[in-house]
Design a protein around this ligand. Structure first.
Ligand code: FES
Ligand SMILES: [Fe+2]
Length: 392
């Protein structure tokens, strides 16, 4: 009899724990699927700034390209072949071979050279042709665009600049705490957004208490709201590519509006140019650091990746909960961004936050040629459409 009672009690506890676990961790708000509609996207994308700002961008994690491997990455409207030689050095090339345009990402790496799958031409990590199996005379002209590549923060980074200017800021000597933190994995999503929308979100103070007032714990939302107090500062001089956004998120009782002591948390978000930013979460449950990367793939198409770190000894459940909250809040925004247009002259009122100041800060990442490139692309598209329609 005692054995039965014990078994029943254990079963009951297991069921209760499973239900609570699912309620807390299974209710993360996700991205609502959206049907990709190219003609509509063209209309939607009309007013957005150029799709490829200038700056450092992550192509992928360092770990995703092992020695002797090559992978294909979509970025800046092109396909790139990213490979790592046996010496550990990374090379980035336009994926289409300069000879007859075979896809180099489907080639192989031998020693420190990338070998094309079509006629076996070999390229070094600078993109220079070093061998043609059937010809002694190598091309004298530059065979490929040379990318400025480096590895930092566990990422393979490239410098993209529409005027071909050299990097004027660096990621070194930042995130020094990473060496003491433990890596807890990554997530990756392709979003139909313009990456400037994310930056503007931090300056859009009015949406915080409207869009981000829910916890992921469903029953808690009957009694509790999240109240945000936000501020943003823009870098100047040597740090002009940086901005710092702070969000103090406190829990308040719905009935009285009074704050629940010690229940809130704080997020400090540092922008490093247009390509990535770092979230530092400080909560009573534990701290967490998130590197969020944005890689523009095409117009209104961005690859977003989260790399999760936490101080050693942080409870895994705390990290899981904080990630669930962060990703729910992010998806609440994404569901709006993927369906919006860009308001060139928004109708701003008192309380909206420094949206135009953010735009002024962000404009440093565009240059004459990036705007020109976009106009050219639009013209080419209309030419193609004219040809397809048989009009000459
Ligand atoms: S297409 Fe690459 S070697 Fe010919
Ligand atoms: Fe938001």
């Amino acid at each position: 009899m005692i054995l039965y009672i014990l078994m029943f009690t254990l079963l009951f506890v297991a069921v209760v724990l499973t239900v609570v676990y699912l309620m807390v961790f299974g209710r993360n708000r996700k991205r609502k699927p959206i049907e990709y509609d190219p003609p509509y996207e063209k209309i939607r994308g009309k007013n957005y700034p150029p799709p490829y700002p200038n700056g450092w961008f992550s192509l992928c994690s360092s770990a995703s390209v092992k020695k002797g491997e090559v992978i294909e990455v979509d970025a800046f409207g092109q396909k790139l072949a990213v490979f790592r030689g046996e010496n550990g050095e990374v090379g980035v090339m336009d994926a289409y071979c300069p000879h007859l345009n075979a896809n180099l990402a489907y080639g192989r790496v031998k020693n420190n050279q990338l070998i094309c799958p079509f006629h076996g031409w070999e390229f070094n990590t600078k993109g220079e042709c070093t061998k043609i199996p059937y010809c002694d005379k190598l091309p004298t002209n530059k065979t490929a665009e040379e990318w400025v590549v480096k590895e930092n923060w566990g990422l393979i980074l490239v410098w993209h600049h529409s005027e071909n200017q050299a990097p004027d800021w660096t990621t070194e000597n930042q995130l020094t705490e990473l060496k003491d933190y433990k890596y807890h994995g990554k997530s990756s999503e392709v979003l139909r957004i313009h990456l400037q929308d994310f930056a503007e979100n931090g300056a859009d103070f009015a949406h915080f208490n409207f869009v981000h007032n829910l916890l992921t714990i469903p029953f808690a939302n009957r009694f509790v709201n999240v109240k945000h107090t936000v501020k943003i500062e823009f870098g100047e001089g040597e740090t002009k590519h940086m901005a710092a956004f702070t969000d103090q998120a406190d829990l308040v009782w719905k009935s009285s509006g009074n704050e629940i002591p010690h229940a809130g948390g704080n997020a400090v978000v540092t922008f490093y140019g247009p390509g990535f930013l770092v979230f530092r979460f400080t909560t009573k449950m534990g701290n967490m650091l998130l590197i969020k990367t944005f890689t523009p793939m095409d117009e209104l198409k961005v690859k977003m990746e989260d790399y999760v770190y936490a101080p050693r000894g942080t409870f895994k459940l705390a990290i899981k909960y904080l990630l669930g909250e962060a990703s729910s809040q992010f998806h609440d925004d994404v569901n709006i961004w993927e369906r919006k247009k860009f308001a060139i002259k928004p109708m701003l009122v008192k309380g909206d936050g420094p949206i135009m100041k953010m735009r002024a800060w962000y404009s440093q990442f565009y240059s004459e040629h990036s705007i020109y490139a976009k106009r050219m692309a639009a013209e080419q598209n209309s030419e193609r459409a004219t040809e397809a329609a048989g009009i000459s």
